[in-house]
Ligand binder design. Structure first.
Ligand SMILES: Cc1cc2nc3c(=O)[nH]c(=O)nc-3n(C[C@H](O)[C@H](O)[C@H](O)COP(=O)(O)OP(=O)(O)OC[C@H]3O[C@@H](n4cnc5c(N)ncnc54)[C@H](O)[C@@H]3O)c2cc1C
Length: 417
């Protein structure tokens, strides 16, 4: 391992630190220290500040509104923002900037880049991800949402599900079936679709925590112009895979910081509740500490390979399994420490459902109970633990590939041959 950043990255780090010192209040503890309405307002205002100062889409070319910086500087920025406990954008930016924006840069036409990228950065267009369907999740290639050409438009019919932040979005990128007569991965097209039209209905899904952060999206003769294909008709699988590569992002650098902050809060909870000298609790806290340290070393290994210019490999799968399964255990411990209080959650609840509560959050029972419930989803989204284990088995351990029962045309699947 050799996690030394080159001098230009350290110079950029100082610039980011100076920006944070100038724009955050002196007593800043993180968005978790604000009440939920204030945190929401802070995120909106903070996003505007980031846009004005060129801190959104920093690796994008300048001609499309980015800062033209290297992926290395993107990692430095992510590290510093995470340490400071501030968001790197708004609710839909993971889909707009990280996923579809980066993908348009790689696969889009010049016209698409000039039109969409600045609108993503300004916040005019808010995106969500239309990949999963009731019969296509882990086996995404099985998707059946159909798009047919009608003159200058595509007409879309079908359903997507688990669409995070879909209720806040005005654009959705959709994987559609455009040729059912060829093998399942071949007949897919990646479309950009405006959501505010009569053919699209968004229905919220209630989560285990009671919140509704994801949705079902129904398409009934929904339309989008023919030019809104990214990467070519029936070439959507390659585009879809490029986008999933961006989903993992800078997690190797930020997760160890995020989970160390949460662990400190957990240690605080054990002290507040007077159980820090209970040997059974101490044993489990020590287990959490050792896991967060291992996460730090795993992160360093991934960063070392990144800093030496290697393409991301299966270590992304190791990291994903590690943080998501760790978090289920650490929040179970928090619930055991809370005891009966965990059953009647009170106080400030987290304002987002992804990973930990925000830095600076109080040790309320609502914070831990909601994070405990949200942690159940961590081993499902962005590739389930079983799928990650398949990847590790096949790509790291060299085990035989899973037998496939789905050769042949997509519309012939399930029919006797
Ligand atoms: C909180 C949350 C947010 C999400 N947001 C989005 C979003 O914004 N947009 C979007 O498109 N999707 C989103 N998803 C969907 C997510 O990508 C899928 O849930 C995930 O890919 C799993 O698919 P599935 O739910 O259909 O489960 P399935 O694929 O049906 O899996 C069911 C079970 O079978 C196991 N399994 C399946 N195949 C295999 C195999 N080959 N080997 C071993 N075990 C296997 C799985 O691991 C799992 O345990 C979200 C999901 C969650 C939970």
């Amino acid at each position: 391992m050799d996690v030394r950043y080159p001098p230009e990255a350290e110079a950029y780090r100082e610039k980011v630190q100076a920006f944070l010192a100038e724009h955050l209040p002196a007593d800043w503890k993180g968005t978790g220290a604000l009440d939920p309405e204030a945190a929401e307002q802070f995120t909106l205002d903070w996003r505007k500040t980031l846009h004005e100062h060129g801190y959104l889409g920093v690796s994008w070319p300048k001609e499309y509104g980015g800062a033209g910086l290297t992926p290395l500087e993107t990692v430095v920025l992510a590290e510093e923002f995470t340490r400071a406990g501030v968001p790197r954008g708004g609710n839909n930016d993971v889909f707009g900037i990280q996923m579809v924006g980066n993908t348009i840069i790689e696969w889009g036409t010049e016209e698409q880049k000039r039109h969409y990228l600045p609108r993503i950065l300004s916040g005019e267009d808010l995106w969500c991800q239309g990949y999963s369907e009731p019969n296509a999740g882990s086996d995404l290639g099985n998707l059946g949402c159909k798009a047919e050409r009608d003159g200058d438009e595509w007409v879309i019919n079908g359903q997507k599900i688990w669409t995070s932040a879909g209720h806040l979005a005005n654009w959705i990128f959709v994987l559609t079936r455009t040729d059912p007569t060829v093998a399942k991965h071949r007949g897919i097209t990646f479309l950009l679709v405006p959501m505010h039209q009569p053919g699209i209905e968004v229905r919220p899904i209630k989560m285990i925590s009671g919140a509704s952060e994801f949705n079902e999206v129904f398409f009934t003769d929904a339309r989008t112009p023919v030019d809104n294909v990214v990467g070519g008709v029936n070439n959507g699988w390659a585009v879809a895979m490029t986008l999933l590569g961006y989903e993992r992002g800078e997690a190797a650098a930020t997760n160890p910081i995020v989970y160390r902050t949460e662990l400190d809060r957990l240690l605080g909870l054990a002290k507040e509740r007077g159980v820090n000298d209970d040997p059974r609790i101490r044993q489990r806290l020590a287990w959490c500490y050792s896991k967060v340290e291992i996460m730090r070393y795993l992160g360093m290994r991934a960063l070392t390979s990144f800093l030496s210019g290697k393409a991301p490999g299966p270590e992304g799968s190791l990291g994903k399994i590690f943080w998501s399964e760790y978090q289920q255990k650490s929040t179970e411990l928090a619930m055991d420490i809370l005891g009966a209080d965990g059953l009647v959650p009170s106080g400030r609840a987290p304002s987002n459902a992804f990973q930990t509560d925000d830095p600076g959050a109080p040790n309320s029972s609502a914070s831990w109970a909601t994070t405990f419930l949200n942690a159940r989803a961590g081993t499902i989204y962005a590739g389930t633990s079983q799928i990650q284990r398949n990847i590790i088995g096949e790509m790291v351990l060299g085990l035989p590939k899973e037998p496939r029962a789905d050769a042949g045309a997509w519309n012939e699947q399930g029919k006797p041959r």
